[in-house]
Design a binder for this molecule. Structure first.
Ligand SMILES: Nc1ncnc2c1ncn2[C@@H]1O[C@H](COP(=O)(O)OP(=O)(O)OP(=O)(O)O)[C@@H](O)[C@H]1O
Length: 663
């Protein structure tokens, strides 16, 4: 079945989240963690097929990015000291806005609440009741579902005026960009309270999402579970640069767990408190953000949702090539454009439906102040458009703040072909005068003076000329210290430089593996119109948890012998397979593997005993071909790992017709 045919077949049957969830639960793709103890919202365990699927996705990620792009992979600790996350800005700013119902004590995430209520109002009475059942479907555990079901009241439809509809649509298009106080104003203006009781909520306040802990037995050394893998990569920058022989551009990469104490983690795997992230930090010269492999991807056509389109209250994307997007400055630079295209290729390879993928640009107030540009790969699911990969140009922010804090240079030194004259402020110290005045603190004062920025040097030079002394704060010393013009002079000096020193900018693609996995579940889930009770998950063979189901026609020693031989060959080839020797019909055996996403089935029958041939069945089309064990396994290998189509991979095998797959 071609990709197009499959998309058509999927469209012919209505998607039901309930059916998908029932399959995922029954076949133990994943399940709420600690269920025996009632479960904890936002924590999930992956079962065997979920685990294998995740491992395969990570494997493709590693090949697609780390190997293909020659990235430097690191594995850094999850426990992170307070100092690091204070410097990065997470301690002060890594928060969401929450509001509390003073009567019930319930907590809501402010932006999600505004979004949910306005969407419900827009959808009217019918959908408003749909929201109630949605909210219920989002609950993590059965106990929670029951509790919510009791609580959710019917929301009455109110016909809205056209102008109000427009206002709501505009707000929803910009929902990610509001600050806490702005969300508070919206809640007052549009009378948004507890969606169940309608009661007023307290104004939004910031809630830091990091899990705090103490490192070591004294409890004195504060730390956090990391909320992203990026900081470890920044802190190892100098080692990575040296490993790369001092050359940029280069990228580091890391795959590992991150932790966020989400305010209300519903929506299954989409919003959890512990999740697998795969992140890349691409370090590039700020004056040259071209990418040498950009020509390879420039013709890829993508759906972009630019900032100004959202600002105008629209969600209609612009379809254009990456090359055009960069040339027109819609996307800030080539390297950012290159990664957007590579993210697209990766997502399509692992089973994302291209029709349900768009790249949304961050609004100006949604983006961190230092970021040059930022695009999210959003995947459409029954929960709406969900950010699954963030791709940001973070400028030189991270390296600069860590360098300033640690006084360790995090820079690239590049030999210049033609030396250049550089004029800059320099401080010259008369060191022998520092010891007598500052005693043991002398080195601290000296280091502080030598680390002054150009702006500070300029202003201190004026102060020194005017007052004959300067005063400044030195870390680890009480109050301010005074240094006079006998101890330090600050002058503008012109030097010939043979080396250019710069802090690289960082382009950061950041993947949430769980969100991608869930979106693929939805994008791949369907059933045949003639048999809607049986679900199929059409994972691409490359990432399917198991590649082959082996089914002997009957429980018979001769067939069992061939099954064992084929198993041994598959094992040797390292092709993941399962054997189903149960007595149920072939159709039933295939059906239960269709819902596990197993792309191929091998049937062993009595002809196999006489001529050694076996049958190969393809999951989506149910087409079958017949051939020798060696030829069939070669076809499986080619289609699964070499990206060969089913038609191409099986063209030399004989078509095989059998009765319909019913039981
Ligand atoms: N709570 C979560 N559960 C699962 N995945 C997450 C969660 N938070 C973030 N991610 C994933 O990590 C990626 C990068 O994180 P980033 O900080 O950009 O997300 P975010 O903007 O905070 O997401 P959101 O606004 O949806 O909370 C996201 O694109 C997403 O795939």
């Amino acid at each position: 079945m071609s990709v197009e045919e499959l998309q058509q077949a999927k469209k012919a049957v209505d998607f039901s989240r309930e059916s998908l969830e029932s399959v995922l639960k029954r076949r133990f793709f994943y399940a709420p963690a600690f269920e025996l103890y009632g479960g904890v919202s936002g924590l999930y365990d992956y079962g065997p097929p979920g685990c294998a699927f995740q491992a395969n996705i990570v494997d493709v990620w590693r090949k697609h990015f780390v190997l293909e792009e020659d990235m430097l992979e690191v594995d850094c600790t999850m426990l992170t000291p307070y100092e690091v996350l204070k410097t990065s800005g997470h301690v002060d700013k890594f928060s969401d806005w929450m509001c509390k119902d003073p009567k019930t004590g319930e907590i809501f995430r402010a932006d999600h609440l505004v979004e949910e209520v306005l969407e419900a109002r827009l959808k009217g009475d019918k959908e408003a009741r749909g929201l109630a059942s949605d909210a219920n479907a989002d609950a993590d555990t059965d106990a929670e579902k029951k509790k919510r079901k009791k609580k959710v009241k019917e929301i009455k439809a109110v016909k809205l005026e056209d102008a109000v509809v427009k206002e709501y649509e505009e707000i929803l298009a910009k929902i990610d960009g509001y600050s806490g106080p702005e969300l508070g104003e919206l809640m007052v203006k549009y009378e948004i309270g507890n969606p169940v009781s309608g009661d007023k909520l307290e104004p939004p306040r910031a809630f830091n999402l990091m899990f705090e802990t103490a490192i070591g037995p004294s409890g004195q050394y504060k730390g956090y579970l990391r909320p992203e893998t990026a900081q470890g990569q920044f802190l190892n920058f100098n080692k990575l640069l040296e490993f790369n022989n001092g050359k940029t551009p280069f990228a580091s990469a890391s795959i590992g767990k991150s932790f966020r104490n989400e305010i209300s983690p519903r929506s299954g795997l989409l919003r959890v408190r512990e999740f697998l992230m795969a992140e890349i930090e691409h370090f590039v010269d700020p004056t040259n953000k071209s990418h040498k492999r950009f020509p390879d991807v420039k013709d890829i056509k993508l759906r972009f949702l630019p900032r100004d389109v959202q600002q105008a209250g629209s969600t209609v994307p612009v379809e254009t090539t990456v090359g055009e997007a960069v040339a027109s400055k819609l996307v800030d630079n080539e390297t950012l454009g290159y990664f957007i295209a590579r993210i697209y290729q990766f997502l399509i390879k692992i089973g994302v439906d291209p029709e349900r993928l768009r790249f949304r640009q961050h609004m100006a107030n949604e983006m961190a102040h230092y970021a040059a540009d930022c695009w999210d790969a959003e995947l459409h699911t029954s929960y709406g458009w969900i950010e699954c990969v963030g791709c940001a140009d973070r400028s030189a922010y991270d390296l600069t703040v860590h360098a300033n804090k640690t006084k360790e240079k995090l820079v690239v030194r590049e030999a210049l072909e033609t030396p250049i004259e550089v004029t800059k402020w320099e401080a010259t110290l008369v060191k022998k005068l520092f010891g007598p005045k500052f005693r043991k603190d002398a080195p601290k004062v000296e280091a502080r003076l030598l680390a002054l920025t150009q702006e500070e040097l300029e202003s201190y030079s004026a102060e020194l000329k005017k007052d004959g002394k300067i005063t400044l704060k030195v870390e680890g010393m009480e109050g301010e210290v005074e240094v006079d013009d006998k101890m330090v002079s600050i002058e503008k000096v012109t030097n010939t430089e043979h080396i250019r020193e710069f802090t690289p900018n960082v382009i950061e693609p950041s993947f949430g593996i769980g969100r991608i996995i869930y979106a693929i579940f939805e994008h791949s889930f369907w059933s045949r119109p003639e048999d809607t009770a049986r679900a199929i998950i059409s994972f691409p063979p490359l990432v399917a948890p198991t590649k082959v189901l082996l089914v002997p026609l009957l429980n018979n020693p001769e067939l069992a012998k061939i099954t064992a031989q084929v198993s041994q060959t598959l094992r040797k080839e390292q092709i993941p397979f399962k054997v189903d020797e149960s007595g149920v019909s072939i159709g039933k055996r295939y059906a239960r593997n269709d819902e596990l996403g197993t792309p191929f089935g091998i049937t062993i029958d009595f002809d196999s005993v006489t001529d050694g041939s076996i049958t190969l069945r393809e999951r989506d089309s149910t087409k079958q071909v017949r051939g020798s064990v060696a030829d069939i396994i070669k076809a499986i290998r080619d289609v699964t790992y070499q990206g060969v189509s089913w038609e191409e991979g099986t063209k030399n095998l004989a078509p095989f017709n059998t009765q319909a797959e019913t039981d």
